[in-house]
Design a protein around this ligand. Structure first.
Ligand code: ATP
Length: 306
């Protein structure tokens, strides 16, 4: 019996450009991902038979989030293990144990993170020996964010987010995350985006030059100004109270404030540790805010700890 434990970060989108819905139902994206210091952990233990099981232990303060995470074949970590097994022809099973810290349905790609971690952990315990590039190919079949979560750091995401390319970036950034009481379905936010844009021409998405320049220079103030998210209007239309959360962070002096991905987590850029503490303190009394977390980015992608 062999065991591997893998730590995997959450992602944020420093910009999220969303284009018109494609024929396959996906939206083309132009995004810059950053992996941040908020980690789930996936432990894989090989089995003698061919079963694949999953158990989820939630570390979240937020009310009964663990009930939202399936403990069956719908769990993205199980899907990742199954796809790796199909691709490599492995016959044995695995027990997966997930320690969940990334908010569920929070716009931080927690499920995709667990899928990326399961790929790395199972590749290890099954001794399948796939390279990172081969794992990235499998990751792209599992979901748009999964390849980036293997990769980590900062990266540009194209296609539907799964095509990642390097970005010249400098600096370490201080973030504050305001977690909402209840998750928001990514699918519902995109449907609202389509509804709001019905009849209008949605331009092809681009990564703003100002954002790339800010990252190249490691300039937190310029980065704060350049943060953007095309899903803001749709997410706020479904959750108008998120506007108050964003405003509280801005009043507390955040260099920039946006929703993370499809929301509802709001993210705020601070200039240093003390500033981050001040923003976190201001947000902690906000009605729409279930939990506040201070974090740093970028960090590495899914990595074995054992
Ligand atoms: P994204 O930012 O990629 O759009 P998200 O962070 O908003 O996603 P997730 O936390 O990835 O959302 O979860 C979305 C849904 O996926 C959950 O409601 C849950 O039912 C399902 N799911 C399946 N496997 C997992 C997992 N391992 N962790 C969390 N959610 C999972």
């Amino acid at each position: 019996m062999s065991t591997a434990t893998v730590r995997v970060p959450a992602k944020i989108n420093l910009c999220l450009g969303v284009g018109p819905v494609r024929e396959d139902g996906y939206h083309p994206l132009a995004t810059v991902y950053q992996a941040v210091d908020l980690h789930d952990e996936v432990r894989a233990t090989s089995r003698d038979d061919d079963a694949i099981t999953v158990a989820v232990h939630s570390e979240l303060d937020v009310r009964s989030e663990s009930v939202l995470v399936p403990e069956d074949d719908d769990n993205l970590a199980v899907k990742a293990a199954r796809l790796l097994r199909e691709t490599t022809g492995v016959m044995t099973g695995v027990d997966l144990a997930i320690r969940k810290v990334i908010p569920v349905a929070g716009g931080m790609a927690g499920g995709s993170a667990d899928a990326a971690a399961a790929l790395v952990a199972c590749n290890d315990v099954w001794a399948t020996g796939l390279s990172r590039a081969e794992l990235e190919e499998i990751a792209a079949q599992l979901g748009s964010d999964v390849p980036f979560l293997l990769h980590g750091g900062n990266a540009i995401g194209g296609g539907r987010g799964e095509t990642i390319s390097p970005v010249l970036a400098r600096g370490s950034y201080h973030w504050v995350f305001a977690m909402a009481h209840e998750g928001l379905s990514t699918k519902a936010v995109y449907a609202e985006f389509d509804r709001l844009n019905d009849g209008s021409r949605v331009p092809d998405p681009v990564v703003p030059d100002a954002l790339l320049a800010a990252l190249r220079a490691g300039d937190a103030e310029a980065l704060g100004d350049a943060l953007s998210n095309d899903l803001t209007e749709a997410a706020l239309s479904l959750r108008p109270e998120l506007q108050d959360t964003l405003e509280i962070g801005i009043e507390a002096g955040a260099l920039g404030a946006i929703l993370s991905g499809s929301g509802p987590t709001a993210l705020f850029l601070a200039s240093d540790e003390q500033h981050s503490l001040d923003i976190a303190f201001a947000l902690s009394s906000a009605a729409g805010c279930a939990d506040v977390v201070q974090s740093r980015g970028p960090v590495t992608g899914a990595r074995s700890t054992s």
